[in-house]
Design a protein around this ligand. Sequence first.
Ligand SMILES: CC/C=C\C/C=C\C/C=C\C=C\CC(=O)SCCNC(=O)CCNC(=O)[C@H](O)C(C)(C)COP(=O)(O)OP(=O)(O)OC[C@H]1O[C@@H](n2cnc3c(N)ncnc32)[C@H](O)[C@@H]1OP(=O)(O)O
Length: 296
Amino acid sequence: MALVARVRALLLPGSRLRGATLGRAANGGGAGARRALSHRVLVEADPAAGVAVVKFRNPPVNSLSLEMLTELGICLEKLENDKTVRGIVLTADRPGIFSAGLDLTEMCGRNPAHYAEFWKAVQELWLRLYQSNMALGAAINGTCPAGGCLLSLTCDYRILADNPKYTIGLNETQLGIFAPFWFKDTMVNTIGHRATERALQLGLLFTPAEALQVGLVDQVVPEDQVQSTALSVMSQWLAIPDHARQLTKTMMRKATVDQLLKHREADIQNFVSFISRDSIQKVLQVYLQKLRKKNH
Ligand SMILES: CC/C=C\C/C=C\C/C=C\C=C\CC(=O)SCCNC(=O)CCNC(=O)[C@H](O)C(C)(C)COP(=O)(O)OP(=O)(O)OC[C@H]1O[C@@H](n2cnc3c(N)ncnc32)[C@H](O)[C@@H]1OP(=O)(O)O
């Protein structure tokens, strides 16, 4: 079975994500709040507020594996088709790690067809998020490197927990790889050209105070207030008539989106040929081994 079909089938019975009615939330959420589960993503929807909180739960580090990318994409697609939802907050189900970024095991020791499939899924999730008609907020309740940072940058605003361990940035060069043009463009659109150039060349991971200063996040708040702040900021975004906000968002992002749409196939081929190089495979394997050694 194709991965997308398999993941669709995994979505739990009774979930609104399968088209059925969601159960009432067992705890938390306002009156009428609904909860839906898939394996790697938990959705808590509050129709009265028009908001869904999408929680990553892909242990141990919420890495963006092919299955996680696919599942997240399907959840977002369902929410976009749900007329009761106008805004989405992305967060980690458990505080500590928002997302460790792209799953390195998807980029190591596989074949070119796998790399192409994986990169296509990364592109698709970015396109879905960056072009979303929803208001999107990131409640960043954990460390947020590379692909995790990219996810948050696709949102309309970012709230980061005030914990010096929770660094955020596109650190690809520190691994010996580099951020492709559309990662770079997404960051430029948030913090500007010069700050992006410095951040990308040095592979910087910013502390909360630094991230706030450079404009990578909009607010830094105590750890236990990240989600509530993200929800309260969401109400400001949802106070604007949807059509006006959406047209403005499209206008701001269209040129960036069009660049990837125009070069999508070439971008996949570039990724496959870069990641397949022996030297790059070696670098990634050493990086992964270092991460693993820590624990053994
Ligand atoms: C067209 C374009 C052409 C060319 C462009 C070229 C290249 C661009 C391509 C790729 C872009 C990639 C972007 C990315 O996202 S790369 C991923 C970058 N991520 C990181 O650097 C983070 C790495 N992880 C960490 O720093 C830490 O794990 C942590 C701070 C997130 C959490 O620390 P902990 O101490 O809590 O946990 P660990 O013990 O370190 O990890 C537990 C477990 O998880 C494994 N793991 C960690 N991160 C990843 C990951 N990203 N992918 C896969 N697996 C990961 C780690 O190895 C441990 O495994 P074991 O349990 O020991 O087996």
